[in-house]
Ligand binder design. Structure first.
Ligand SMILES: O=C[C@H](O)[C@H](O)[C@H](O)COP(=O)(O)O
Length: 236
């Protein structure tokens, strides 16, 4: 067992490490956002330091990922400098049996969707608590909106049957502001029956930049678990 004893942290650590082990030298790697991907970024950095991984270039999905990548010695590039991404590693807030996701718990889903969708292989890293039968059952759907449109977007979402809340800052007065300078509306739906259709419908509301439904984007889902006190990682 790792020195970490909190089971959720152990699962995140192990699944992050397993994803980092799949990265190959000479590749362009999308670097996701959140506490689970943070471990993958750390282990990619460790492999670079050991000389086990060479000629890697990372594309961060957020300010957080960029800072972490620099801290761990991962050289960075940007989408205008490359014509493809080999692999992206990113977390999720919910994963359904079809590998569809809800993302955006850290308000980073817009840039994440750009990077993760471009990758030849998108590896999702989650602890087993993120697995659900139906999206929206444990997590509100994040929707990034431009600030001047937040009120009409909330009304339009209500008409779709959702209960919208403007995400408020913690240790910051007022709303959460994304890396793009926008706001996030978290939406409770009684049931998301057709995630693909809802993804398009919400993105079609004027003022919406992107929502956190990732439908048909993930290729591989790595799940961290603790069984009989032992951490293990399985592919879904
Ligand atoms: O906006 C944040 C991202 O979509 C994260 O990847 C997601 O919230 C999962 O984060 P964590 O690994 O911290 O649970």
């Amino acid at each position: 067992m790792s020195a970490e004893t909190d089971p959720v942290k152990v699962m995140k650590q192990e699944v992050g490490k397993a994803a980092a082990q799949r990265v190959q030298s000479g590749t362009i790697v999308g670097l996701g956002t959140g506490s689970t991907t943070a471990y993958a970024i750390q282990y990619i950095g460790d492999r670079i330091k050991k000389g086990d991984l060479k000629d890697i270039k990372g594309i961060p999905t957020s300010f957080q990922a960029e800072v972490l990548a620099k801290e761990h010695g991962i050289p960075l590039t940007s989408l205008d400098a490359v014509d493809h991404i080999d692999v992206a590693i990113d977390g999720a807030d919910e994963v359904d049996p079809q590998k569809n996701l809800i993302k955006g718990g850290g308000a980073a889903h817009t840039r994440e969707k750009v990077v993760d969708s471009l990758a030849d292989q998108f590896i999702v890293v989650v602890d087993s608590g993120k697995l659900v039968e139906r999206l929206g059952s444990t997590f509100k759907l994040p929707v990034e909106v431009i600030p001047m449109a937040y009120a009409p977007v909330m009304r339009a979402i209500e008409k779709l049957g959702g209960k919208p809340e403007l995400r408020m800052g913690v240790k910051k007065a007022g709303p959460v502001v994304t890396d793009q300078g926008n706001m996030v509306i978290d939406v409770t739906f009684d049931s998301i029956d057709n995630p693909g259709e809802l993804e398009k419908t919400i993105n079609n509301i004027p003022g919406v930049l992107e929502n956190g439904l990732f439908v048909g984007v993930a290729n591989v889902v790595l799940v961290g678990e603790v069984k009989d006190g032992q951490p293990l990682v399985r592919e879904m």
